[in-house]
Ligand binder design. Structure first.
Ligand SMILES: Nc1ncnc2c1ncn2[C@@H]1O[C@H](COP(=O)(O)OP(=O)(O)O)[C@@H](O)[C@H]1O
Ligand SMILES: [Mg+2]
Length: 298
């Protein structure tokens, strides 16, 4: 693969930009296909940082592609190719885009985040502390922060166009989607999490929780879409350092968060730049995660 410089924001002549997310830019290729471009933007404390993280977009794209291939026996997915050389011009010959693009089947997005949690952290831990349950699952009182759950739980959320996603109960999920689709998305999400988390755990990474998105294609088939099982869509922890009872260092953003905590920044935009050594160490963490999980370097 051609070496890529960092990319903070993409621009592709001739393709219509549909959406600029925190990290990814989405283009229309034609009626049936989209191009997802993972940039090197990094968000921390919900703010996008001004300093790009070298190779991050390539890692996110290639790690998702790895999982799509590995889990294709569970459900069909949207990925056509993540090899830029196989893509139409002008994508194929733009070195800034190499490795960071996913050419995908365009779907109608089912507007829910299908979250699976194997451990108690984030909004799950917050809800548990306040109510003793998480999205309608009542859990043993003795659980502490980051504890492993006896069984993974499904905790869907609405996909809010702006602001924060909102957790809903299984009953609300079923009421919105109908029993059949709700049951299919839930059981598929649980199977995907279970297969991926078992695999990752053998390699020394705990996938504490993750979220999946699904969409419907023009023939009515449900496909797994978006990115999957990346550090951006999941909580990755180093299994060797796992210790419940307090927050775990984030596999990928540990250095960034620790650095930002030393500043007097109030965690509202604009976020401060990162020193080069923090940006480089963070880039290395993404590459490490990719190598640990896939056995390959980029
Ligand atoms: N195959 C697909 N068909 C249609 N939309 C998709 C597909 N895959 C991903 N998307 C959508 O592309 C968008 C990617 O944006 P994202 O980078 O996640 O930004 P945001 O910060 O808005 O979530 C999401 O809204 C996701 O639902
Ligand atoms: Mg998203």
């Amino acid at each position: 693969m051609t070496a890529t410089a960092t990319l903070s924001s993409s621009e592709i002549p001739g393709l219509k930009l549909l959406h600029r997310g925190k990290v990814r830019d989405v283009y229309e290729v034609d009626e049936d296909r989209l191009l997802l471009v993972a940039t090197d933007r990094l968000s921390a404390f919900d703010c996008v940082l001004p300093t790009p993280i070298e190779k991050k977009g390539v890692v996110l794209t290639q790690l998702s592609a790895f999982w799509f291939r590995k889990l294709a026996n569970i459900i069909p997915n949207h990925l056509i190719t993540a090899d830029s050389a196989e893509m139409p011009e002008p994508i194929a010959s733009d070195p800034r885009l190499a490795g960071r693009c996913s050419l995908v089947r365009r779907t109608e997005v089912i507007p829910f985040e299908c979250v699976v949690r194997g451990y108690l952290e984030g909004s799950g831990w917050k809800d548990f502390k306040e109510t003793g349950s998480v999205s309608g699952h009542s859990l043993p009182k003795c659980l502490t922060q980051c504890d492993r759950l006896l069984e993974p739980i499904f905790t869907p959320a609405t996909k809010a166009p702006a602001g924060h996603d909102e957790n809903i109960t299984g009953l609300e999920f079923k009421a919105a989607l109908g029993a059949e689709t709700a049951a299919k998305l839930k059981s598929t999400s649980m199977k995907l999490y279970s297969a991926a988390s078992e695999y990752a755990r053998e390699k020394g990474i705990i996938i504490a929780d993750t979220k999946f998105e699904f969409g419907t294609d023009s023939e009515g088939n449900i496909l797994l879409i978006d990115e999957i099982l990346t550090p951006d869509s999941s909580r990755f922890w180093d299994a060797a350092k796992y210790e419940p009872g307090h927050p775990q260092p984030s596999f990928d953003k540990q250095f960034v968060r620790e650095y930002l905590e030393t500043l007097e920044w109030d965690k509202t935009p604009p976020a401060p730049p990162l020193p080069p050594e923090i940006a480089e160490a963070t880039s290395q963490r993404y590459l490490d995660a990719y190598f640990i999980l896939t056995g390959k370097t980029l």
